[in-house]
Design a protein around this ligand. Structure first.
Ligand code: GEK
Length: 253
């Protein structure tokens, strides 16, 4: 483990005002250069508990990373989870593999790691996570990534992750979720929108972002996630963090 704190961001994040003005047509959300430029601000103001989850991914990696193994960060964006793992892993000869299919994300992420002084080697891959072989893994992180992938593909992805994990290895899966009980679901959505308002987003921004994410971010229930993790073979899985309709689960092989 490095004694140094994580490096400061190499590019200061602009504040997210992508949906601040009325758009005639709201296009489907994509992780392009505009999003990359505001991403740290956007995710902090849009995902309740994000900072806590990132810190705890570091703590979990410290506990579960084993010597000579790989830790994967699938849908790594600007590498926040990889950075947290890099600065907490103590096991010898580990490597971190960050994967994202957005070229703009991976380029900016590379700048982050070029400026970072951590000792664990980090390899960044620009590709669909389905094309990346998962092997000899002790930790796999899917931090708010699976929700952007067609639900038809999710069983296969989870199976490949399970198969690539070593016995005792962990999957950390964070997702926006929905609830079966409609009243509870609406309550969580209302509380979430209040969280966004409190973070400075206007009703227009909230509404336009919601439109942009429709059919792009497809949330499932916690039960659907539990059942999938059990089906592919995980010994145990459940929620370790939740705030409103955002949750993080841990599954152990
Ligand atoms: C964090 N984990 O800061 N293959 C690879 N990457 C993908 C794919 C795919 N099929 N689909 C989407 N992505 C990060 C945050 S953001 C979540 C993750 C959010 C990538 C996409 O390009 C984006 O960078 C990331 O998954 C989702 O801890 O913005 O809500």
């Amino acid at each position: 483990m490095s004694d140094q704190p994580p490096a400061k961001p190499v590019h200061a994040s602009d504040s997210d005002n992508i949906y601040a003005n009325p758009l005639g047509h709201v296009a489907g959300f994509s992780f392009d250069q505009n999003v990359v430029n505001v991403f740290p601000d956007m995710i902090k103001r849009s995902v309740p508990g994000y900072a806590t989850i990132i810190t705890m991914i570091g703590t979990l990696a410290e506990q579960y990373a084993t010597s000579g193994s790989r830790c994967y960060d699938l849908g790594c964006s600007l590498g926040a989870a990889s950075l947290a793992m890099r600065h907490r892993i103590q096991a010898a000869d580990c490597q971190i593999i960050g994967v994202d299919n957005s070229q703009a994300m991976i380029e900016r992420c590379q700048d982050v790691f070029d400026a970072d002084c951590g000792e664990v080697p980090v390899t960044l891959i620009c590709d669909d996570l389905e094309n990346v072989k998962i092997e000899n893994a002790s930790v796999v992180v899917l931090n708010f990534t699976l929700q952007f992938i067609n639900p038809d593909r999710r069983d296969r992805i989870l199976q490949r992750i399970y198969d690539g994990l070593n016995p005792g290895g962990v999957l950390i899966l964070s997702e926006k979720v929905v609830f079966q009980d409609q009243q509870h679901d609406q309550l969580m959505i209302d509380l979430y929108h209040n969280f966004k308002r409190a973070n400075g987003y206007s009703d227009l921004e909230i509404a336009q972002k919601r439109t942009a994410l429709e059919n792009v971010l497809i949330p499932e229930t916690l039960d659907t996630h539990r059942q999938r993790m059990k089906k592919v073979g995980f010994l145990s899985c459940d929620v370790w963090f939740q705030c409103f309709n955002f949750a993080s689960m841990i599954a152990i092989k």
